[in-house]
Design a protein around this ligand. Structure first.
Ligand code: SAH
Length: 505
């Protein structure tokens, strides 16, 4: 049997985008992933579905599995010829006992590689706006375990050097021993007025920062029941936070927003909102499925050469249409004789990604805008293909027919609604902790009403700010009794994010 390999991968401090490319590469080929309490579970989505996932967490020193057992597990999986990823919070070699795991692998003759990660101190420094070193303030930094004092008669930490000279000190695992460690620094000569910051769950949306001094931080932490996991940053650099904080001052910080899109589409919008600081609650209200019959679309595809125009109005429309072309063994060349109209910049981008430049992109993305644009052309006897969603309005085909065109509008995909809301979203609504809900198409609001029942929806959204992407969606909201508070002038996701920032800023 060929020998396996174990990758010790640093998962980074918490924000799942702070893992390295190399780390993701390793996860993609993992057969077994052994992960920690501090490694963000979202990272497991990089591993193949069939990979074995083993939780080897340690919560606040309570070991779910002893270190010995973890070492044995890695050796056993390695000997069985597996590709193993040992995913560890932060960096594997900074207080992570990665060294011991590697020793066990080396002793057993199992090949291993180590992939570094952003360690908690570095993550906390960046996201709290506290540079660990600074030319005018501090020339050095030390990472120190906060647990060392516990149960040891003699400390091996050189408290004298740590305390004198003004270097930044970062304690890991130092919340339960905070008072003790702060006192030791003072006893060894650090000024009690030295600024201190505690950074909990750094780089995540749960990040909390508490600022004080060596003299009072322990009292403050006690009063506010500050809990681990957190790093303690000691030094004059902490004062820079006043000017340099950015993560927790973003406009949508402390705003919790429900995103009601299709599961396939919510990613991009949610990322934009998260980047602006919001806590995003996903609420898929749309599931896209194939049409009940392909017959009409297939007929149109067979006759593609006879059409003058193809109109595509959504990214999903483009995907379903091209997938069906592909199903028939065709590609973009089948559209050589046909002009293409893309409604909306995202649709245009999706078409370009297939090697085709749209001939027409109406400046107004509403169906009415499309009709206006086509009104400038002579449409008599023009044949137009408009593959659409089952619930699309008839404005486009009717408007074009009135202008003399012959329009075929086969269904390319259907919107159906999932049966229930995700439990976190339902819970947040019941707790009344949601600030805002966004609707990006009429079906999102109509489906939510169908999922919850109209009355229940109105009740649950009492006091929640309603944001809609444009006038048609807003009308659908009003039809269901919802008052719309935010509607951007341009009907794009970017404009909606900007409008939310303006509203909550
Ligand atoms: N290998 C890890 C450290 C493991 S020791 C690394 O490089 O980051 C565990 C300690 O790391 C915790 O007690 C806490 O002090 C710190 N820590 C890990 N993740 C953290 C986070 N997101 N925010 C604050 N501290 C964190």
């Amino acid at each position: 049997m060929s020998s396996g390999i174990v990758y010790l991968v640093g998962a980074g401090p918490g924000d799942p985008t702070l893992i390295t490319l190399r780390g993701v590469e390793c996860l993609r080929k993992a057969e077994v992933v052994v992960y920690d309490y501090l490694a963000n579970e979202q990272l497991l989505t990089h591993a193949p579905e069939g990979a074995e996932r083993i939780y080897a967490g340690k919560v606040g020193g309570r070991h779910n599995q002893g270190q010995e057992e973890i070492n044995n597990l890695l050796v056993e999986k390695g000997l069985a010829g597996k590709v193993v990823v040992r995913l560890k919070g932060g960096d594997p070699f900074v207080f992570g006992r990665g060294g011991e795991e590697c020793e066990a692998l080396a002793d057993a003759g199992i090949p291993f590689e180590v992939v570094p990660g952003v360690t908690a101190a570095v993550g906390a420094s960046a996201y709290a706006g506290i540079p660990l070193t600074h030319r005018d303030v501090t020339p050095s930094v030390a990472f120190v375990t906060g647990q060392e004092g516990k149960g040891k008669e003699e400390s091996t930490i050189d408290w004298n050097r740590l305390s004198l000279g003004g270097g930044t000190v970062v304690f890991y695992m130092g919340i339960t021993t905070l008072r003790h460690n702060m006192l030791r620094l003072i006893e060894h000569g650090r000024s009690p007025a030295t600024p201190v910051a505690l950074v909990r769950w750094a780089t995540t949306e749960r990040q909390q920062v508490l600022v004080g001094t060596l003299a009072d931080i322990a009292d403050q932490a006690e009063t506010s029941s500050f809990k681990p996991p957190a790093v303690t940053i000691v030094g004059e650099v902490v004062s820079l936070r006043k000017k340099l904080r950015w993560f927790d001052t973003r406009v949508l910080c402390d705003t919790s927003i429900i995103v009601t899109r299709s599961a396939e589409q919510s990613g991009e919008f949610s990322t934009k909102l998260t980047m602006a600081g919001a806590t995003v609650l996903e609420c898929p209200t749309i599931r896209l499925v194939k049409p009940e019959s392909w017959q009409l679309l297939d007929l149109a595809i067979r006759e593609l050469a006879n059409y003058d125009w193809l109109i595509l109005t959504s990214v999903n429309g483009v995907r379903y249409f091209f997938d069906r072309l592909d199903f028939h063994g065709l590609d973009a060349r089948a559209l050589a004789g046909c002009k293409i109209c893309a409604v909306g910049p995202r649709t245009a981008e999706e078409i370009r990604s297939r090697g085709i430049k749209p001939d027409l992109i109406p400046t107004d993305y509403k169906a009415e805008g499309v009709i206006d644009e086509f009104s400038r052309l002579d449409l008599r006897n023009a044949r137009i293909l408009y593959p659409r969603a089952d619930k699309a309005r008839d404005v486009i085909p009717q408007g074009l027919q009135q202008r003399g065109a012959q329009v075929d509008s086969p269904v390319a995909y259907r919107n159906v609604f999932p049966e229930r809301l995700p439990p976190e979203t339902l819970f947040a609504l019941e707790k009344r902790s949601v600030d805002c809900i966004t609707f990006t198409s009429s079906s999102t609001v109509q489906n939510l009403a169908a999922m919850l029942g109209e009355e229940m929806m109105l009740d649950m959204l009492k006091g929640v700010t309603v944001a809609s992407i444009g006038p048609i969606t807003s009308q659908s909201c009003r039809d269901l009794g919802l008052k719309v508070d935010i509607e951007p002038e341009t009907h794009t996701l970017e404009a909606l994010v900007a409008a939310l920032e303006k509203h909550f800023g």
